[in-house]
Design a protein around this ligand. Sequence first.
Ligand code: ADP
Ligand code: ZN
Ligand code: ZN
Length: 818
Amino acid sequence: MQYFIDVILPIPLEKLFTYSISGTEAEFLRPGMRVGVPFGKSKIYTGLVHNVHNNKPEIYEAKEIDRILDEHPIINTIQLKHWQWIADYYMCTIGEVFRSAVPGAFLLESETLILRNDEGDVDESKLEDDEFLVYEALQHQALLKVQEVSAIIDRKNILPVLNRLIEKNVILLKEEMYEQYKPKLVRYVKLGKDYLEEEKLEALLNDLSRAPKQSQVVLSLFQIQATNKKPIKVTELEQASGGSKAVIKSLVKKEILEEYFVRTDRVSYDGEEENYDLKDLNEYQKKAFEDVSKSFAEDKVTLLHGVTSSGKTEVYVKLIEECIQKGKQALYLLPEIALTTQLISRLQEYFGEKVSVYHSKYSVQERVEVWNNVLAKKDKAQIVIGARSALFLPYSDLGLIVVDEEHESSFKQFDPAPRYHARDAAIVLAKLHNSNILLGSATPSVETFYNAKTGKYGYASITRRFGNVLMPDIELVDIKEQSRKRRMKGHFSERLFLAIQEALDAGEQVILFQNRRGYAPIVECSTCGHSPQCPNCDVSLTYHQYKKQLRCHYCGYHMALQESCQACGSHTLDTKGFGTEQVEKELETLFPDAKTWRMDLDTTRGKHGYEKIITAFEQQEMDILVGTQMLTKGLDFRNVSLVGIMNADSLLNFPDYRAHERCFQLLTQVAGRAGRTKKRGKVLIQSYNPYHQILQQVSTHDYDTMFKEQLYEREQYKYPPSNRIIKITFKHKEYNKLNEATEWFAKALRTTLGGNVLGPEYPPVARVRNQFLKNVLIKIPHAQSVVKTKAAIKKIEKSFNSVSQFRSVRVIYNVDHI
Ligand code: ADP
Ligand code: ZN
Ligand code: ZN
């Protein structure tokens, strides 16, 4: 009898690949274990066993595996089912799901690998263009191979670039094959065993009286031991005794002290052992809790719709408590930007060591640790809080999933595949585990609210802020009017200016929101109209005054700002539009005494960049915080009485069917940062168009009308939830080839699917990184089978790929594109 395994390779292959194994291996191997397998001419990949069988492949000769990498499965069967669903639904391969689902350290391959250096604080502005491209690619992918880097920077000899990147702490190189994950060991000390008896100890101290430094170290050891019973770290002893490493070393050498090592988990919680009691829910929270529980009893996905600061988190906490009482695992999913220390510490206060955190700013090692803890079903990973990738941990017994801020578009992965929506994938995961799932938001997405309205989902709501704090008072400020009357100071209306003044005088803090970073999005010559463009993308360069640079926000290209116009030479360069930097600059002149800070992508790089700003603001080290949408989420600042929106119009004028919904959500969320304690918060929204229905709805907190109008429009124009959509993006370097290819594809789609095919069309930014882009949008009405439609599209892609000149055109599917 011959034995074979089907293996999932972490690359986009349509089919699983079959390898031959021996009888003994067949007995040992189980689905979910990793194997090293040869692929292509000389590559070795880490593959995952999918199933063991006796069917020889017909088309090719099955190769033997290189080695077995695990003793036990690291992926369970529920996960494999979940991955398959993701691959089918989002039209990608299960190999792509595999690659993005596991920590990079699980996928090491036989060639030199380039890893991102998660420890290094990278200053992007110091990177050359080619270096930036590599850096950028590593943001999406934990590992790159030499050939991949070669392709990215379009050059054979990449060593100089790699060397520079190593110097700048951007990357690490791995040459070992199958490098094992190394747990971090911590060095501890205790008294040598010869001195445990009291007499001997006394003698020792006498002996040491002539060596004051050594005796100090021994005395400190006692002191620490007396105050707590925990093992004593070497570093701790060093600090407490003021003794140097050398002194401790010599004591160890004399066997007065004994060293020992303990494996420790990096992601451990250092807080107090005792847990805080859960808070008692108020009557509204109680009612919501009961409604949620009833709906769970009916096995329904449930929406918790609670206004900002209504205390949704406390309701989640009660549900989590209930879940872990039953011995089950709980997952708390949040958008990356809402995953703050504030929230994490709140959960740790309640649940102590049971909470593990999982997100992309953590190093590969830290992620491996959480993974293994979940896999071993350890107590310390019974509750996982994380961003969308936390969905992929090896849970074996989920009892509850909370998707907080369920409306957030960052739950949808954009690039690379799988382009999944973490909320929707979580709903499927909950089904597979028979687990409860709660979606929470103050501003639910139109889809979710629609599902709740139609009874598909259960529904619970909290309409009051906790502690009877009033909803913020939102006022619209007409800046067209104010400009006409010459009442503007820079980008500040007189109304906003005075309100800031008043808040500062009262010792309160202010948040200002502007949805663009940099100083100005466009620099334009007022003589000839020329404005500098990115050479790689079809966009104007954004002016960053702080670094005196023009930068492209799509590819990272940057150049120094020129004194004169590059086209006509005039010294008449002017800026158009404004970003966070300009707001910050204006504040310096308008409020010279106030301490102002800026929070956007440019100021929050590095592992703790974001936290530092939040903590400083929380501790009132600054008066005004200017920022992009980063500051809308999950932050609970006590002393903010005023929120100003610098310009709401830029949010409304997006060419996207979701722009209005998104604008409503964003403004409501930002506004929700104001007045979270006793005093009623004030929100000022500046706009040229204050009578716009969305702004009116925001100012009257009228979610229902917003929902009704948006739903009506979606139905009219055949967008979700009344239709499903699939966006196909085509990419190629050559403009003409791309046009030809997309015309071909769209025509084939129309022939098969009829009228509901839009495009091909260029997106607003039609060239990014020297690749032209074109989109086709497919709408699928409810009556039409989604599965069949996808199959039809895939079939067309097959024919498309058999046309030789189209083969190099990349085809990217985005199902439920948002
Ligand atoms: P949301 O998530 O709905 O915006 P939070 O859960 O952050 O609201 O609650 C807002 C504030 O009210 C927080 O500071 C929280 O500590 C407090 N709070 C909420 N519920 C309670 C409760 N039952 N008892 C005491 N404080 C509460
Ligand atoms: Zn000019
Ligand atoms: Zn660019």
